[in-house]
Design a protein around this ligand. Structure first.
Ligand code: TXA
Ligand code: MG
Length: 316
């Protein structure tokens, strides 16, 4: 299959929507990372997502919707979920909520769980595609399973480890402004819980809720644990974290200082998040072990450190 690269014009959007309506997969830009979209009501389209990614089928997908009203038709919102949706949608927040029986969502999307992850993305091209398509889009990050998430159409089509030839099209709207995946909140024990740190800092969510979030205790055997596989977002090179200075033969990814592989010269965590996955790819192309400077553990730094720990974890 030849993967089409489509511009975010009326024609490009119409073509992408048409492919999705035919049950094909299309990589779409969001403010966080590129997602590999398929019609969430069509089990065959969802299966094609798993097939293209080579993803373990027990990992449930996020359903993308154009607005809160559409999300309410699929999931049950309690007052806390309503408050978070009002405060942060459209945006880099995913909510794991009870799935409605009459949602029409293919069971494969939520891997058979009684819950579903929903998100209203803010990116204008994602919004335009959702409205043009007129239905819910299931979309995990548009990378092969276990590889670094794509923050540009070039990453999606990367001849090495990308999805070129495995998906129908990519809607190319340039680089993603946030650069790390959405923050995931769920209520597994009845309490609002941070399931994955991401593009919206946990502190901002706690401020909107007026209380602290519970932290997720990884459940080693459970398919519902979004802590997922320990190794994730993995470059080919080994990764050494909290490395203020590089050892001989290492490529050094820096923070708060200039350099060839600087995440942010001025120590800006938002800029560092936007650069993270591109910098990991670039450093990986040097073909040497990678050392990463310490990143402060607050704001978007929490999401950056989470991705770095997964990238550094032992490979399966
Ligand atoms: O920013 C993002 O969230 C991107 C863009 C494309 O929206 N998407 C993304 O999807 O990161 P993915 O599939 O790579 O990660 C989805 C995460 C997984 O860790 C999965 O375990 C969790 O969401 N998840 C989905 N449904 C869930 C559910 N019902 N219960 C618990 N976790 C769930
Ligand atoms: Mg992913």
């Amino acid at each position: 299959m030849q993967t089409e690269r489509l511009p975010p014009t009326l024609e490009g959007l119409a073509r992408a929507a048409r492919l999705l309506a035919d049950g094909r997969t299309v990589a779409m830009p969001t403010e966080t990372v590129y997602g590999l979209a398929g019609d969430a009501r069509n089990g065959l389209a969802v299966a094609r997502i798993f097939e293209a990614k080579g993803r373990p089928a027990f990992n449930p997908l996020i359903v993308h919707l154009p607005d809160l009203d559409s999300a309410r038709r699929i999931a049950v919102f309690d007052p806390e979920a309503e408050a978070l949706a009002m405060a942060f949608w459209p945006g880099a927040l995913t909510l794991v909520l009870p799935l409605r029986a009459e949602s029409g969502i293919a069971p494969l999307v939520s891997a058979g769980l009684p819950t579903v992850a929903v998100r209203v993305p803010a990116h204008p091209a994602a919004q335009a595609l959702l409205r043009r398509f007129g239905g819910p889009l299931a979309a995990p990050s548009a990378n092969a399973s276990g590889r670094i998430s794509p923050t540009s159409a070039d990453h999606v089509l990367d001849p090495e480890g990308g999805l070129s030839g495995r998906i129908a099209a990519v809607l190319d709207a340039g680089p993603c402004p946030v650069g790390v995946e959405s923050t995931i909140i769920g209520w597994p024990g009845g309490q609002a819980t941070l399931l994955r740190p991401g593009g919206i800092p946990a502190e901002a969510i706690e401020a909107a809720l007026g209380r602290r979030l519970a932290r997720h205790e990884p459940d080693p055997g459970g398919p519902s644990a979004p802590g997922q596989l320990a190794s994730h977002y993995a470059p080919k090179a080994t990764l050494r974290l909290n490395a203020a200075t590089p050892r001989q033969g290492e490529t050094h990814i820096t923070f708060g200082q200039p350099g060839r592989f600087s995440l942010s010269e001025h120590g800006d965590l938002t800029e560092a998040a936007a650069n993270l996955f591109e910098m990991l790819r670039r450093a990986d192309r040097e073909g040497k072990p990678i050392a990463v400077a310490p990143i402060p553990e607050h704001g978007l730094g929490t999401a950056i450190n989470d991705r770095l720990r997964r990238a550094a974890a032992p490979r399966p």
